[in-house]
Design a protein around this ligand. Sequence first.
Ligand code: HEC
Length: 113
Amino acid sequence: MLRKIGMVILLMTVWQCATKLIHPTSADVQRAKEWYPDVDSLTLVTGMKLYKKKCGQCHKLIHPGTFTAKEWIRHVNEYADEAKLTDNQKLLILIYVQTFSRDRYDYTQVDKK
Ligand code: HEC
């Protein structure tokens, strides 16, 4: 249990320093489509750019893998006004962070690279 918490803190620290966003691939588009059927690669790329621009103004960009898809709903809603998002921008950002959330993206793949 403690090791697990330590690992999560370590990963979060690494993410906070780098916050390298993952550029969507076709596999990511397929996964996003399971929840949002109209998504294409442009949707995800636009969401990524918006996330970078709008959610990194006051604090370091939080890595999408920090939270689960469900937790992201709350966080994006929480800060939508602060970031002055339109409804459309809010949705695009949500789709992006959910697609790369802790429970929707296999981060073990990333570690191996
Ligand atoms: C106008 C400044 C501002 C913008 C823009 C902003 N944030 Fe924040 N954010 C804050 C502040 C200040 C805190 C720290 C709040 C605290 O610790 O109580 C924070 C903390 C957070 C946290 C930590 C957890 C929590 O519950 O507060 C998350 C997640 C977060 N922001 C997400 C976002 C997202 C997503 C966006 C883009 C939609 C965003 N933020 C844009 C000011 C901002």
